[in-house]
Structure formats: structure tokens, C-alpha cells
Design a protein. Structure first.
Ligand SMILES: [Zn+2]
Length: 251
């Protein structure tokens, strides 16, 4: 059966002498794996098409349950070329596609997630929009879409509101208040302001959350909280390669 899909390239792998295996996130079928035969040969029309983060239209032969479908033709919808000029934005875009690749497994459509992905990449490619905020919006809404919405309103033990912030232990996703938390070396403290920002982002739709007033220390704690929370709920994200570069940027 011939199928058509609109998709974002998540990753590619060279295969044989001239072929590639491409993992995509598509609007129609969710995560999709295609083999593109001969695509690395100089004569191929699709040569150079499959760069991670690119937005494409693809036509492929599909066989239900095959795992690997066969690419037939494709064209570029959006290359998000604004990313290429900015190392920070390019790094964040790479984290986004790797995070999504490791968070979803099967070919199940999730159009809201596809919309979140394309909106985020196009906002990230726009130098007029702040990059870290755009990223946080993606990460928090990805968690929400996957059923892992962080609960940052109350202490997980005594249920008191976390107005003065909360702490997260080393192997936990929950936040505890100042009175309940037994401070350990690896606890992450997240201020009340940061928790308020997380709630604001989760409550907003359409990707708009710009220039949040957070100190460097608060930004760092937001990054640390997000990743510890994500590693806890989605184990396959622990070995993400793009995180090494991200850590150099945001510590
Ligand atoms: Zn408490």
C-alpha cells in the first residue's frame, strides 16, 4: 500500500553502501521507520533530504507490522534554516528530536504531539523568540501529552502548598516542602518562583511564554528538575547523547 505522511526527521543511520534508515515522527502514524535505498548515491533525488529536525512530506510503501517501511519519494516542507546559524538553538533542536525519539515507541498517531513538535521547531528557528523558554514549553507539554504532567503545586508528603519552593531527592520525581524534605547531597531545590513558572507554562497553549524573569540559579534549577523528573519517568532518556552538549550550555 502506498502511504503519504507529513513528518519530522528524528534521526538517520547509514545502511549498506548507499542507503539510510530514517526515523521520523509523522502526523498520520506517529513514529515511523523507513529504509531509503540508494539515497546516498550522487544520482539520488532525495540526497541530502534527511537531516534531523527537517519537516518533510514523504511517500512510502507500507506493510502493516513490518517495522521498517520503504521510502519512495519526499520533499522538503520546512528546513528551519534559522537554526543553522545559532549553536544554542541547533543544540536545543537536537535535544528535542532525540527526546521525542526516546519517549515514543510505536506507530501510534498523536497529532497534538506532532503539532507541538513543528510549532516548537519553527519558534526555535526564529531569532526573535527566546530559545530556552521555547524549549521549556516543549519539554513540559511533551510530559503532559505523555501522561507525566509534573505536579508542582503541593508537597508530595504533607500536601501543603509549595509557595516557598520544594526539593527533589536523587531518585525521585516528587517535590517535598522545606519541613518534610530530608536534605541530601543530591537534592535539587526549586524556588517558588520557578514552580510558578512551570505552572504558567503548563497552563498556556500555543507555545507562547517569553522572557520569564528567572535568575541564572533559578534557570539552572529548572533544567535540573526537568531532567531528573524525565529520567525518572522515561528511563530510555537517560543515555541521551545530545544532553552532553546541552550541559555545556546550561550547566
Ligand atoms: Zn511537606
Amino acid at each position: 500500500m502506498i502511504e503519504k505522511a507529513e513528518a519530522i526527521v528524528l534521526k538517520t543511520l547509514n545502511y549498506g553502501d548507499t542507503s539510510k534508515i530514517i526515523t521520523l515522527y509523522s502526523k498520520e502514524s506517529g513514529r515511523l521507520k523507513l529504509i531509503a535505498k540508494g539515497v546516498r548515491s550522487p544520482k539520488s533525488k532525495a540526497r541530502g533530504l534527511f537531516q534531523p529536525t527537517r519537516h518533510l512530506q514523504v511517500i512510502y510503501y507500507s506493510k502493516p507490522g513490518a517495522g521498517l517501511q520503504i521510502f519512495k519519494a519526499g520533499e522538503l516542507i520546512n528546513g528551519f534554516f534559522g537554526l543553522g546559524n545559532d549553536f544554542d538553538r541547533l543544540t536545543l533542536a537536537q535535544v528535542i528530536v532525540e527526546l521525542l525519539d526516546r519517549s515514543v515507541e510505536d506507530e501510534a498517531p498523536h497529532p497534538e504531539l506532532f503539532q507541538l513538535l513543528t510549532t516548537t521547531l519553527s519558534r526555535l528557528a526564529d531569532p526573535g523568540i527566546t530559545a530556552a523558554e521555547t524549549y521549556w514549553f516543549f519539554h513540559l507539554h511533551l510530559l503532559r501529552e505523555l501522561g507525566f504532567r509534573p505536579h508542582v503545586e503541593h508537597c508530595s508528603l504533607c500536601r501543603n502548598p509549595l509557595n516557598d519552593g520544594g526539593s527533589q531527592g536523587i531518585s525521585s520525581s516528587h517535590l517535598e516542602c522545606v519541613n518534610c524534605h530530608q536534605s541530601g547531597q543530591d537534592s535539587i531545590f526549586v524556588s517558588g518562583t520557578v514552580l510558578q513558572v512551570i505552572q504558567t507554562i503548563l497552563a498556556s497553549r500555543g507555545g507562547r511564554c517569553e522572557n520569564l524573569e528567572l535568575s541564572v540559579k533559578e534557570r539552572r534549577s529548572l533544567w535540573a528538575f526537568l531532567w531528573r523528573y524525565t529520567f525518572y519517568h522515561i528511563e530510555s532518556t537517560r543515555g541521551m547523547r545530545s544532553l552532553k552538549v546541552l550541559r555545556q550550555l546550561y550547566g
